[in-house]
Design a protein around this ligand. Structure first.
Ligand code: SF4
Length: 380
């Protein structure tokens, strides 16, 4: 059968050849593990007083999770934006920089000076804290990828070289095993090119699987594939990587990335129109994840603005990430061979707050390979 699962529309018979995703028609899994470093609402129960906590069960979270202070010291969106601006100013003062333009030197040597400033301003539950003693997200990392970003931090599995071929039944058993280990959910990481097989696996255990299923995707999806998987997916965790066709063509060979990612986000919201949190964990809903890239803060802001015009942003969460790690990027993309600056991240965060997004941010010290699983280890 010709594969048309994603916008690449390779049209190949994967039983005899491979498409852009590097995968044949057998499910291939690189790793399964209890993942503690995903967004807090899917990988850890949050303490009662956390800025992420909710007042009632089965209701959308009411708090503005971009709050940079405790609940007792909550400030308005405008004040938060001003705080963020002042933090950026302080950072620039500390560095004694008179150059307000973004430059590479600032990003290379600012990490220690700026981190304190960010920590003070954003005293919130970030994605970088250890969640020891928690169940974690039951992650299943699939080999191969239908997007293939040049800076991919999971490059070991993107090429499809690492992993083990398993049957539909074995995948179902892996899901049940993760549930038995105490996983809070089944987190299908980069699942698109196996979407049809995953649907078969879930159908085998639908009555036994009691935890939510997370569809953790690059965002480069066909709306019709999202409609199909919506039958069994409870939580969509979707990237929204680029706005500009030139940028997505350059870094992911997909000039139509935003076109498809935006339409597919709409389908996800249609399927899960409300964030449901119970006992500190997300049970249903959509999280839109965005990784700020070096030199591309304006592209990030365009995404936030366009999505806010086209969708009800109160119906999902935003996860704004700073963990871009340049070491995974080939030298020929020299402009990506640095971490993002505090200025870049803060300016995107500030715009998110102004637009009224609700969600998570990361401490800028998250820009490290420590949060990348070791796909060569078989430890769960
Ligand atoms: S899933 Fe793979 S083979 Fe199928 S259309 Fe997408 S990239 Fe091509």
């Amino acid at each position: 059968m010709e594969c048309m699962l994603c916008p690449r529309r390779c049209g190949v018979d994967r039983s005899v050849t491979k498409g852009f995703c590097h995968m044949g028609d057998k499910i291939k899994v690189a790793k399964t593990m209890l993942h503690m470093w995903e967004e807090p609402l899917i990988s850890t129960r949050l303490p009662e007083k956390s800025p992420f906590s909710c007042d009632e069960e089965d209701t959308p979270c009411k708090k503005q999770q971009f709050d940079t202070d405790s609940a007792e010291n909550a400030c308005s969106a405008a004040e938060r934006a001003e705080n963020a601006r002042q933090s950026v100013d302080k950072t620039q003062n500390v560095r004694g920089s008179v150059n307000k333009t973004e430059n590479t030197r600032r990003s290379v040597d600012n990490s220690e000076n700026t981190r304190g400033s960010v920590d003070k301003t954003e005293n919130m539950q970030g994605c970088t804290e250890k969640n020891e003693g928690q169940g974690g997200s039951g992650a299943i990392f699939f080999s191969g990828c239908s997007l293939g970003c040049v800076y991919c931090q999971n490059r070991d599995i993107r090429s499809g070289e690492i992993g083990k071929e398993i049957s539909v039944r074995e995948l179902a058993d892996e899901m049940l095993a993760l549930q038995d280990m105490g996983a809070y959910n089944i987190n299908l990481v980069t699942p698109t090119h196996f979407a049809d097989k995953i649907a078969e696996s879930v159908s085998l255990i639908r009555d036994k699987l009691k935890i939510p299923i997370v569809y953790n995707t690059s965002g480069y999806e066909l709306p019709e594939t999202i409609e199909r998987v919506s039958e069994f997916v409870d939580i969509f965790l979707t990237d929204m990587k680029y706005f500009s066709p030139e940028v997505s063509a350059k870094y992911s060979f997909a000039p139509d990335y935003y076109l498809y990612a935006k339409k597919s986000l709409g389908k996800m919201i249609e399927a899960q129109p409300k964030v449901i949190i119970k006992d500190g964990l997300m049970k249903k809903g959509v999280i839109m994840r965005h990784l700020v890239l070096p030199g591309l803060r304006k592209d990030s802001i365009k995404i936030l603005e366009d999505v806010s015009i086209n969708y009800d942003i109160s119906s999902f969460k935003l996860s704004l990430m700073s963990q871009y790690t340049p070491s995974f990027c080939p030298d020929k993309y020299g402009e990506l061979k640095r971490k993002i600056t505090t200025f870049e991240y803060q300016s995107v965060l500030e715009r998110a707050v102004e637009l009224g997004y609700d969600g998570y941010m990361q401490d800028i010290s998250s820009s490290t390979s420590l949060y990348t699983p070791d796909f060569r280890s078989q430890d769960r």
